[in-house]
Design a protein around this ligand. Sequence first.
Ligand code: NAD
Length: 303
Amino acid sequence: MKILITDPIHEEAIKILKELGDVVVATDLSREELLKEIEDTDILVVRSGTKVDRELIERGKRLKIIGRAGVGVDNIDVEAATERGIIVVNAPDASSISVAELTIGLMLAAARNIVQANNSVKRGEWNRKKFKGIELYGKTLGVVGLGRIGQQVVKRAKAFGMNIIAYDPYVSKEFAESLGVKLVDDLNKLCELSDVITLHVPLTPKTKNMIGEEQIKRMKEGAIIVNCARGGLIDEKALYEALKNKKIRAAALDVFEEEPPKNNPLLELENLICTPHLGASTEEAQRAAGTIVAEQIKKIVNG
Ligand code: NAD
């Protein structure tokens, strides 16, 4: 059995896979080399770098399992795989805590101007007035999307004494209440009521630009927006205007519509802080992503 790994995955995962067959780790393949390698591959394991499209899947005549050591399966043509009876496995919960912790970190950084103050001190300044912040305590946090990550954010924000509301049309009022969250039935309402808004929904045609001019207009003066979900959920032009005229106090983004952002005017704004899609970039999340997928593959192989 040949197991081909085409993106870097955690060594513990490789150890598990080695028990199952001949592991080939080849993370620098050209497209042509990949199309050749796949021909005699039984199990393919990728992260987000490898595009597993129809052509690749059809070339993999022996392919039985595709493992994605991560959350989404955006880079895998699941339909093409299913047509061929290939099982696709992933690790949807591996990075939830890491993303939630980054979200809280960005929320605090935005509320207290941590990034700007750090840069200022390093420039040799000592400006204590300029960086006066706000407390999260007692503020209303609006969570958009009460799934795996949204729920972890809620748990942590509760410890800060925040009042939490959420918008998610696919969960019940009772479920939200069990988390100590008040569910609102309309995104605009959430925007009106929240001091801090954090997004935890997938990017779909329905959620694209869900935070646009209209939603920002409804937000409180000086609201904070955090996006550790997907670029494209926020209309970046509308956000730029709102940050520039200080309607929005600060925004913290881990994701952008175009990654890495090119000539993006948002990056010129002092009240925009950002990270390069680091949500799942922790030792723990990467180990979990790899080992969860490897264990699933082991289960399938062993029947
Ligand atoms: P999830 O599927 O567990 O939860 C998503 C939630 O969004 C669900 O409860 C769903 O009902 C809700 N939802 C769907 N459409 C909605 C809509 N139109 N309005 C409101 N709610 C809606 O997903 P998750 O694991 O919590 O991930 C959330 C987001 O975080 C995803 O976009 C994911 O891609 C992203 N993510 C980012 C990183 C990163 O590195 N920054 C890492 C992992 C995941």
